[in-house]
Design a protein around this ligand. Sequence first.
Ligand code: DQQ
Length: 644
Amino acid sequence: MEGCTLPCSYSPLPAESTPARHRPPKKATLMAFSGLLMLGLVLAIINGYRDSDVRANGNASLDKLKSSMPLPSEPLQPVSRGASAGVSEKSNLVLAGVNVMSFPWNNTMLSWQRTAYHFQPEKNWMNDPNGPMFYKGWYHFFYQYNPNGAVWGDIVWGHAVSKDLIHWLHLPLAMVADEWYDINGVWTGSATLLPDGQVIMLYTGSTNESVQVQNLAYPANLSDPLLINWVKYSRNPVLLPPPGIDFKDFRDPTTAWYTSDGRWHIAIGSKVNTTGITLVYHTKDFKSFELLNGVLHAVTATGMWECVDFYPVSKNGEQGLDTSVNGAEVKHVFKTSLDIDKHDYYALGTYEKANGTWVPDDPKIGIGIRYDYGIFYASKTFYDVHKGRRVLWGWIGESDSENADVQKGWASVQSIPRTVLLDKKTGTNLLQWPVEEVDSLRLSSKEFDKVEVRPGSVVPLDVETATQLDIVAEFELDKEALERTNQTNVESISCSTSGGAAGRAALGPFGLLVLADDSLFEYTPVYFYVAKGADGNLKTFFCVDQSRSSEASDVNKQVYGSSVPVLKDEKLSVRLLVDHSIVESFAQGGRTCITSRVYPTKAIYGATRLFLFNNATEAALTCSLKIWQMNSAFIRPFHPDQDT
Ligand code: DQQ
C-alpha cells in the first residue's frame, strides 16, 4: 500500500485499497474499496464505540468509558462566574454540573490545539467579538478579553488590526475597567461610523454594583488609523436599565442605523420574566437617548437576549449593505444570542421604518434558525465599506474542560470572518461563506476526481498531514439507489437522534472523517444523511459527530447538525476549514454551517489523516475533492516602530 497505513484495528485491506490520490480519475476509481468484511469491521468498531460511549444526548456513559480510559486525575467542578455576574461565559454546557473525570492532558497534546490561521490573542481568555469596522485602511477587531487568566472574568477590550481579516497585529488593550460604570467589566459593544468621519463606540459596562449600563467611547485621535487610544465620555453612562427591566438584563448595544426621521437607532437585548425582548432607542448625538414604545422583537420562553444584531441584506444584489439601508429591495435580519442555550438564531423580515417594527417573513418562525449548528456564539456583523460586503464574526468557545483551558493557558478562538448574503434561491435563509482573503493561505493542493465510495467503506485520502486544510468536496449518490429506496418518516430523523455517523440507513451517512489517525481510533465525521420522505421527496441532513473525536472523556461528544435545503439539480457540496482544534463546515454554499472544537489525543501533528466514508447500506457514491494545505497566518504583537 502506498502512502498510508491503514486502520491497524482492522484486518489488512485488499491490495487495491490504496489511498485515493489525486488524478488520474481511473486510478482514483480503483482506490475506493468496500466489501462485506470492511463493512462489518467498520460497523463493529463504530457501533462498538457508539454503544459504549455515547447516549443520544451526547453525554458519555462513564461506567463503560472508565474501563478503557486512563486513570482519572481529578474531578472537574465547573464553576460559573458569569452566571453570578449575570452574563454568559464558558460555553461547554454539556459538561456543566457533571462530575466528569479530567483526562491527563500533556503539553504536547495541548500545544497542538492552538490554531494556525484563526484569530486568537497570545494567551488567556477571549469571548465575544466587539466593534468590528474598517477604518482608514485597517480592519479593526475588538474582543472580550481577560488579561489575567484563561477563564472568563476581569473583562476588558482586546484590540487587533489587519489589512485583510486574516493576518493580525495585536494592539494595546483598547479599554480597561477603570470607571465606576464599567469597573466590573467592559462588556460587549458595537461601532458606528458616522458620515462626518466620527467613530462612535457604545458598550455595556457592569458598574460597581453590577448594574448593566450603556457607555459611550470614541477614539482619542481620529487621524490615527490604528485607533490606539480611546476616550470614555465624561458623562457616562448614557443609558440605565429602564423601569421594568432588571439591572442585570440590559446589555450589548448594536451598531446604530439611521432613519428618515433624522435619528440614529440602536437595539439592546433584554428580557421580561422569561420572554426575550429587544428594546430600541433613538438618538441624535449618542449622548441622550429616548426609548421607543414597544419592542423590535420578543419571543416567549427564550430568556435573556444577548448580542442582538440587526442589519439589511439585499433581495437581489450580491453586495452587502450599510446598516442604515432600507427599502423595497431589502430584507432585515434579526439575530439574537440566547443566554439559555448559548446559540445564535436569526430570522428574515421587513423593517417598517414608519412605526419602527420588524415583521418576520414567516410569522411562525419564533426565535428563528441557527447561524451555525455547532459552537458559535455572541456573533456580530459589520458593513465592510472597503469591499462592499457584510461580514460576520462569531466567538468559538472551547468545548473541553475549564481545567484543560487553564493548563493550556488560553481559551476560545474567533471564526474565520464570513460574508453574509441572502440565499436568493431559497429566499428563506442566509448564505455564510469564509471571506475570500482566506484563500490566500492556500498552499499546495491535490484533486481527487469521482472517487468511488461503496456502501460500508472508508477511503483514505493521500494528503499527508491533515491538520491545516481547506477542503472543497462534491458528492453524488447512485441514482438507482435513490429511486429504489423506501420512503420513511423523515420527521423522526435528526442528526442528534439518528445514531451519528454509525447509525446506518439506505442513503447515509456519508462524508469525510477529519482529524483522524491512521488506526481510526479518533476521527470526526462531517457528513450528509439523505432520507426519502412519505411524499417521495428527499430530505438531506448535514451533521458533525464528535463522539469519536477524542479519547478524552472531558470534552463535548455531541452530534451537531440540522437539515439543509438541497434544490433540484444541485449536487451535495461541502467546504471544510480544518485548523488544529477547530473545524468550520459549510454545506450547500453556506446554507447550513457547523463549527466544532475537536480535541484529539492521537490524531495530532504528523499523525493527522483524512478519509472519505460511506456508511449507507444501499447507495454507493462518488466524491470529487480539491484539498489545499493551509499556511499559518501572521498574528503577532504590533511594534510601535513597525511601518504601517
Ligand atoms: N458576553 C459579554 C456580555 C454579553 C456576553 C460579557 C455574551 O456583554 O452579553 O463578556 O457572551
